[in-house]
Ligand binder design. Structure first.
Ligand SMILES: [Zn+2]
Length: 399
């Protein structure tokens, strides 16, 4: 049994508790939460705040060996061009595997207990199998050549079956509106809707909307220059190519949303009650020097979750660094809201809210200490840092 206390405890599902204390059994399951009355010898007291383990709602472990490999600020088309270059494939299998293991360890050290991880191969499965982090593997499909849509879907099915055989949670998902032929997009959504969950890159840059609005722009030039077929010009922003395919009851993660307008937001939320807007601010700044409309997501009480994206477009896999970035640009957003985005909302998006995401009796969400808090204004500082206080997460529910 452990009693862990700090200046404040943020259960996330409820109000912060001054001098809050959480009691854990030997399996790190929460058995009680309260306010510290008197410090007994068995209480561990920390100078900071206690929060549930973080959920990284969007990453790509497979790309971990590409840290610092791409030139920043080239826009979405520039990033895709670099990702498609032969340099991406230079690392050996052993180097790629070592980079994924290091990335997994980095996430653990940053207090991350669950992740929605996009994959195109089986390379990350072994790392996931031996990690205490819960991973939902999104087996991603992309391809503009409609003649090979059936072949692509079949190989994704095999990959998903391989993940399931290893005891991993996995489902097939589309990459993005701009990267898929009509037959592949339709077939992928049939499978994703049947699984009840979809994670799709959405409106990562204005080039993406340009492609559908007018068939022009940097993505159009990239695809034409590479000999790819272009997706149809619809005269609407890219999100409208996705929405009709998603069944209302499907748990949906729209990732990036940098150019999402209020009209797009309304249309999507009207259709999809289980929708999460995943923001990856550091990746967006690195690729296009832009940020998603976090301010009005907050004003509208949107269901927002936080992702790091991959090390190909980020130097860290750290949710606290993403939160600091949001705080720097949007200081009006309260710490309590940022923490909800980083924990409970991500857990809901991945269907893990019964086990993770908040400090509640019966959950095993992981306990994370954040030090160097500005207690006067109850905000993060540039020196805020994370220490995970427990090592195992998920699974056990008492109540
Ligand atoms: Zn991504």
């Amino acid at each position: 049994m452990r009693r862990i206390a700090a200046h404040y405890l943020f259960p996330v599902a409820g109000k912060p508790l001054h001098r809050g204390v959480v009691m854990l059994n030997d399996e790190n399951v929460i058995v009680d939460i309260g306010t510290l009355q008197n410090e007994t010898e068995s209480t561990e007291f920390y100078n900071g705040i206690l929060v549930p383990g973080f959920v990284n709602a969007h990453c790509h472990l497979e790309l971990s060996h590409l840290k610092n490999a791409c030139t920043p600020h080239g826009g979405l088309a520039g990033f895709i061009r670099q990702m498609n270059s032969p340099a991406r494939y230079r690392a050996s299998a052993a180097e790629r595997s070592a980079a994924m293991s290091a990335a997994d360890r980095e996430m653990q050290a940053e207090g991350i207990v669950a992740a929605g991880d996009v994959c195109n191969t089986a390379e990350s499965f072994a790392v996931k199998q031996s990690s205490p982090v819960f991973y939902h593997s999104f087996i991603e499909l992309a391809g503009l050549d409609e003649s090979i849509a059936g072949e692509k879907l079949q190989s994704a099915r095999l990959l998903a079956a391989g993940a399931h055989a290893m005891g991993l949670t996995a489902s097939i998902t589309p990459h993005a509106a701009y990267s898929m032929s009509e037959p592949l997009l339709a077939a992928t959504f049939v499978v994703a809707n049947a699984a009840g969950i979809v994670s799709v890159h959405n409106q990562e840059g204005e080039e993406e909307d340009d492609l559908f609005l007018s068939g022009s722009g940097a993505l159009s030039e990239l695809f034409t220059g590479s000999g790819y077929a272009l997706p149809p010009v619809t005269g609407e922003r890219s999100i409208y190519r996705l929405l009709p395919y998603i069944k209302p009851q499907t748990r949906t993660l729209l990732v990036h949303n940098v150019t999402t307008t209020e009209e797009d937001y309304e249309a999507a939320t009207r259709r999809l009650p289980c929708l999460t807007w995943v923001c990856c601010p550091l990746s967006n700044l690195q690729i296009s020097r832009r940020l998603p409309p976090v301010d009005w997501f907050y004003k509208r009480n949107a269901q927002v979750a936080i992702g790091t994206d991959s090390l190909a477009s980020n130097s860290r896999l750290s949710i606290i660094e993403e939160l600091k970035t949001i705080h720097k640009h949007f200081p009006q957003i309260p710490l309590h809201t940022l923490l909800q985005w980083a924990t409970l909302n991500g857990a809901r998006a991945l269907d893990k809210e019964r086990e993770l995401g908040s400090l509640c009796t019966g959950k095993r969400p992981g306990i994370v200490l954040i030090e160097n808090i500005d207690f006067t204004n109850m905000q993060l500082t540039s020196d805020s840092k994370v220490t995970p206080l427990t090592g195992n997460y998920g699974d056990t529910i008492i109540s």
